[in-house]
Design a protein around this ligand. Structure first.
Ligand code: ZN
Length: 107
């Protein structure tokens, strides 16, 4: 699932809930487009404190604000979470459920 479709599941006021997902945190720190890694501890502090307001402010600040803008513009390269490596031939596939090279299923 892409980050964009993940975030769409949550109402704007539920960002803290969205951000509390461990996989979400791991994923956003892996995005190289924006320097989130240095900034993420502020978000984690907000999650630990269940401080919705702090999480909300974090969302409006850089670099997250830039990232959300990029998402809205449908920038390609943010769907890397959909990448998977074929167990059969090690080809790196994007999104599909069977390998593009050899037809081996994803799971
Ligand atoms: Zn394959």
């Amino acid at each position: 699932m892409s980050l964009q479709s993940y975030l769409k599941q949550f109402e704007p006021g539920h960002f803290l809930e969205a951000a509390s997902d461990f996989h979400f945190l791991v994923y956003i720190t892996s995005i190289d487009l924006v320097p989130i890694k240095e900034n993420i501890k502020h978000l984690i502090d907000a999650i630990k404190a269940k401080d919705m307001l702090q999480a909300y402010h974090w969302r409006e600040e850089q670099p997250w604000a830039t990232l959300e803008q990029l998402l809205q513009e449908n920038v390609t390269g943010l769907t890397s979470s959909d990448e998977w490596t074929c167990k059969q031939c090690t080809y790196i596939n994007q999104g599909r459920l069977v390998c593009d090279m050899c037809g081996y299923p994803k799971d």
